[in-house]
Design a binder for this molecule. Structure first.
Ligand code: ADP
Ligand code: MG
Length: 682
C-alpha cells in the first residue's frame, strides 16, 4: 500500500520519467495526483446519433475515422482533420498543433468523442475529447464506466494514461488519512469524508455527483485553514494581555477634538478599548477606506494605553507617512504631558541614539516610525500596544518583530486596502476584524472619467482653467511598476517635461522614488503650501499628504494597475470642500478586462466593492501577491469562486473547535504543519 505522501513515481504505471513530467504540473506526491481533479466529465451513458445533432450542443458520439488529412498553415501551425462517422452521419474533427495524432487516429480507428458541435461548411468539432475504443472488448460501459473524467493535461501525458494512473493510485493507496472528521461533525457540517469525496470525484455515478465531490474537496481545503486559524485565535485570546482601563484624559481628549467622531469611529474605538480590557491579548485588524479616519482611532487607543502606564509603537511603511502621523499626532497632543518621538531612517544618528535611550528608559510614551522601529537595538521599557499602519506593506516577520519587543503586547494592524470578505477570512482569520464603514461628513463629490489619449489637450485646457481661475492643484501620476522602475522613471520624467512645456506659467514639480527624502519633503511641502500647482510623480504620492486644494488627479496608464491601488490614489483628492476630478488616460486600445476595470472606477467609490471586483477580474495572486501575504495555495478551492464553500468551512471550523478544542476526535492537526508556514505572525 502506498501512503498519500509517497512520491508519485511509485504509483503503478508512473516511474521516474513520467514523474518528471508530472512535476511540471505540480504533481509530486500521491496526494497531488489524487487532488488532480477533473475539469469536466464525459457522459458515456448518453450517446447521441450524428443525424440528430444541433449546432452549439455538447454531445458524445461513438464511431469510426473515415478519412484523415494533415496540413500546415502559412504560420507553421499544423491542422489535423478527420472525417468521423457513426453510421447515421458524418462530422469533421479538427485539432491544432497536435501532429502526433497522425499516429493515434488512423483510418478505421474506432473511438468515442465528446465536444461542442460547430458548423463551418459542414458539421465539425474543434479539439474534441476522445478515447480510442477497443472493439474486441465489447461493451463500452464495462470498459470505461458511465462517466469518464477529463483531466487537465500536460504535454507528454494523455487523458487515457492519466485516468489509468489515478485509478491505480486510488486502488493502491491507504486512503484512511482522508477519514478526517468524526460522525458528529460530519452530520453537523452536513458533509462527507474527504476519502469518499476523492473516490467519487474521479469515478462519479453522475456528472452532478462529480462536481459535488469537487466542492467537498474544496471545502476540506478551506476547512484545514479555517480550523487552524480558529484554533490559533482561541489560543491568542487565551494569552495574557496588559490590562487597559478607560481613562478620563482620553474621554476629554475625544470630546475636545475639532470634529465629532463618526459613528463608525466611535464604535471601533470602543471595540478596541473593550478588547484591551479583557486582560487578554488583542489581535485586531482595523479596516477602513482611505480617508475614513483611522489615525484618530489609533491615537485614541494609544492614549488609553499610555495613560495606563505603557508605551505605544506606531509603525508606518514610509518616511512621508510616518512624518505625517508624527505631525498630526504631536499637533493633537500639543498641550498634554505626553512625549511623542519620531524614529526613521532619515533622522540623525546622534538624535536616534537619544531617542532610543529615552525609549528604553520609558520617557517616550509614543514612538512613531518606519522599519527603523524594528531594528534590534530598539528597546522598550514596557510596550503595551503595537500599531501597524498600511500593514499589508509589511511582511509577517516584521510584524511579529515589533510585537516581540514587548510582553503581553496588544496588536492593532490597519489597512486602507479594503479586503474582500473571503480573502480577509483566509488571510486574517486569526485576527478579529473591525471595520470603519463610514466616511466623515462633508466629503465632496469626485467625478471619475476614463478618456483616451486623443482627448489629452482638451484635458490640459480644462486643467489650465481650473488652476488659473479656481486655484486648484493637480496630481499627475505615472504609476510605477516596480520591476522596471528605470523605464517608468523615464516616463515620469518625460511627462514632467511635456507638462512643463504646455503649462508655461505654472509651477510644476516632479517626485519619484529616486529623489532623496529631504528633497521629497521639500517638494511635498511646497505643494502643500500651494506654490507648486502640478505635482508629477510616480505612486510614491500614494501615501502622500493631505492637500485640500488638490482636486484633480490625472492617472496615466491606469490599466496597468490594480483597482485597489487606483482607489488609493484617488483617495488623495476630494479632501477639501470642492468637487474633484479623477481622470484616467489610456491609449486608444486596451483589453476588455481593462475596460471593465476602468468602468468600475467610474461607477463607484466604495473601496470594498472595488476590491471585490478586482479580485474577481484579476484573481487573488495578482492583487495581494499570494506568497508574500501568506495566502496558501489551494489545489482545488478557488477563493474567488468558492465564496459560499469558504463560509461553510468557516462555520464548520467553529463547530469543530467548539466541541473538540484539542482536536482529539477530528484528525485535522496533521494538516497544520504545512499551513503554519503561511501564518507565522505574533
Ligand atoms: P485614513 O483612514 O485614510 O488613515 P485619516 O486618519 O488620515 O484617514 O483621516 C483623513 C482626514 O479626515 C484627516 O484629515 C482627519 O483629520 C480627518 N478626519 C478624521 N476623522 C474625522 C471626523 N470624524 N470628522 C471630520 N474629519 C475627520
Ligand atoms: Mg492613514
Amino acid at each position: 500500500m502506498l501512503k498519500i505522501d509517497t512520491s508519485v513515481k511509485y504509483v503503478k504505471g508512473v516511474g521516474p520519467r513520467v514523474s518528471q513530467i508530472l512535476s511540471r504540473i505540480n504533481i509530486k506526491t500521491v496526494e497531488d495526483l489524487l487532488f488532480h481533479i477533473p475539469v469536466r466529465y464525459v457522459d458515456q451513458t448518453n450517446i447521441k446519433k450524428i443525424k440528430d445533432i444541433t449546432i452549439g450542443e455538447q454531445a458524445t458520439f461513438v464511431g469510426t475515422i473515415l478519412d484523415t488529412s494533415f496540413r500546415r498553415t502559412v504560420r507553421g501551425k499544423t491542422i489535423a482533420e478527420f472525417l468521423f462517422s457513426d453510421g447515421t452521419g458524418n462530422i469533421k474533427l479538427l485539432f491544432f498543433n497536435q501532429p502526433y495524432l497522425k499516429n493515434t487516429l488512423k483510418r478505421g480507428t474506432h473511438l468515442i468523442i465528446f465536444g461542442k458541435i460547430d458548423f463551418f461548411k459542414s458539421y465539425q468539432m474543434i479539439q474534441p475529447e476522445f478515447d480510442i475504443l477497443d472493439r474486441q472488448k465489447g461493451d463500452l460501459k464495462e470498459n470505461f464506466g458511465g462517466i469518464i473524467p477529463v483531466y487537465p493535461l500536460t504535454e507528454g501525458i494523455s487523458q487515457k494514461y492519466l485516468r489509468k494512473i489515478v485509478r491505480n493510485a486510488i486502488d493502491n493507496t491507504d486512503l484512511s488519512p482522508y477519514n478526517i472528521l468524526d460522525e458528529k461533525i460530519l452530520k453537523d457540517c452536513s458533509t462527507m469524508q474527504l476519502r469518499d469525496a476523492i473516490m467519487s470525484v474521479h469515478a462519479p455515478k453522475s456528472i452532478k455527483e462529480g462536481f459535488q465531490a469537487k466542492k467537498i474537496i474544496a471545502f476540506y481545503e478551506f476547512l484545514f485553514i479555517q480550523t487552524y486559524l480558529e484554533r490559533k485565535k482561541i489560543k491568542t485570546k487565551a494569552e495574557k494581555g496588559v490590562y487597559i482601563k478607560q481613562n478620563d484624559f482620553v474621554k476629554n481628549f475625544t470630546a475636545n477634538l475639532p470634529f465629532k467622531l463618526t459613528g463608525a469611529q466611535k464604535n471601533v474605538s470602543e471595540e478596541i478599548l473593550k478588547d484591551m480590557q479583557t486582560g487578554r491579548k488583542m489581535a485586531r485588524l482595523l479596516q477602513g477606506d482611505v480617508g475614513s479616519g483611522k489615525t484618530i482611532v489609533a491615537l485614541i487607543s494609544a492614549l488609553n494605553v499610555v495613560k495606563n502606564g505603557y508605551q505605544v509603537a506606531f509603525m508606518a511603511p514610509t518616511e512621508i507617512l510616518a512624518n505625517q502621523h508624527y505631525k498630526k499626532i504631536t499637533g493633537y497632543l500639543q498641550d498634554s504631558d505626553i512625549t511623542v518621538e519620531l524614529l526613521t531612517g532619515g533622522i540623525k544618528a546622534s538624535q536616534k541614539k537619544e531617542i532610543k535611550e529615552k525609549l528604553a528608559s520609558g520617557e517616550v510614551n509614543i514612538i512613531i516610525g518606519t522599519h527603523a522601529l524594528i531594528e534590534d537595538n530598539v528597546v522598550f521599557k514596557s510596550l503595551g500596544l503595537a500599531i501597524i499602519d498600511e500593514q499589508h506593506r509589511f511582511g509577517v516577520e516584521q510584524r511579529s518583530k515589533l510585537l516581540n519587543k514587548g510582553s503581553n503586547t496588544h496588536l492593532l494592524v490597519m489597512t486602507a486596502t479594503p479586503i474582500p470578505r473571503s480573502l480577509a477570512m483566509t488571510l486574517y482569520g486569526d485576527l478579529d476584524i473591525s471595520v470603519i464603514d463610514e466616511l466623515p461628513p462633508g466629503r465632496k463629490e469626485i467625478v471619475t472619467r476614463w478618456i483616451k489619449d486623443d482627448k489629452r489637450f482638451e484635458l490640459y485646457d480644462f486643467i489650465k482653467r481650473r488652476i488659473t481661475e479656481m486655484r486648484d492643484q493637480v496630481y499627475a501620476i505615472y504609476p510605477l511598476v516596480e520591476e522596471s522602475d528605470k523605464l517608468d522613471l523615464k516616463s515620469a520624467t518625460r511627462m514632467f517635461e511635456e507638462i512643463k512645456k504646455y503649462f508655461t506659467d505654472i509651477e510644476v514639480g516632479l517626485i519619484h522614488g529616486r529623489i532623496n527624502s529631504a528633497e521629497k519633503e521639500e517638494i511635498m511641502r511646497r505643494f502643500a503650501k500651494g506654490e507648486i500647482k502640478i505635482l508629477v510623480g510616480t505612486t510614491v504620492i500614494e501615501v502622500g499628504i493631505d492637500v485640500p486644494n488638490a482636486t484633480i488627479m490625472v492617472i496615466e496608464h491606469p490599466e496597468r494597475f490594480g483597482l485597489s491601488q487606483l482607489h488609493q490614489l484617488r483617495g488623495r483628492i476630494g479632501r477639501g470642500d470642492k468637487k474633484s476630478f479623477c481622470i484616467l488616460i489610456t491609449d486608444r486600445y486596451i483589453s476588455d478586462v481593462a475596460i471593465k476595470r476602468l468602468k468600475t472606477m467610474e461607477r463607484t467609490r466604495n473601496g470594498f466593492e472595488i476590491a471585490e471586483e478586482d479580485l474577481r477580474l484579476r484573481g487573488p495572486g495578482n492583487i495581494y501577491g499570494t506568497r508574500q501575504h501568506g495566502l496558501p495555495d489551494f489545489k482545488v478551492a478557488n477563493i474567488v469562486k468558492d465564496g459560499d464553500t469558504l463560509m461553510k468551512a468557516r462555520e464548520c471550523a467553529k463547530k469543530i473547535i467548539d466541541y473538540d478544542k484539542d482536536l482529539e476526535y477530528n484528525k485535522l492537526m496533521d494538516r497544520f504543519e504545512d499551513i503554519d508556514r503561511y501564518y507565522r505572525i505574533g
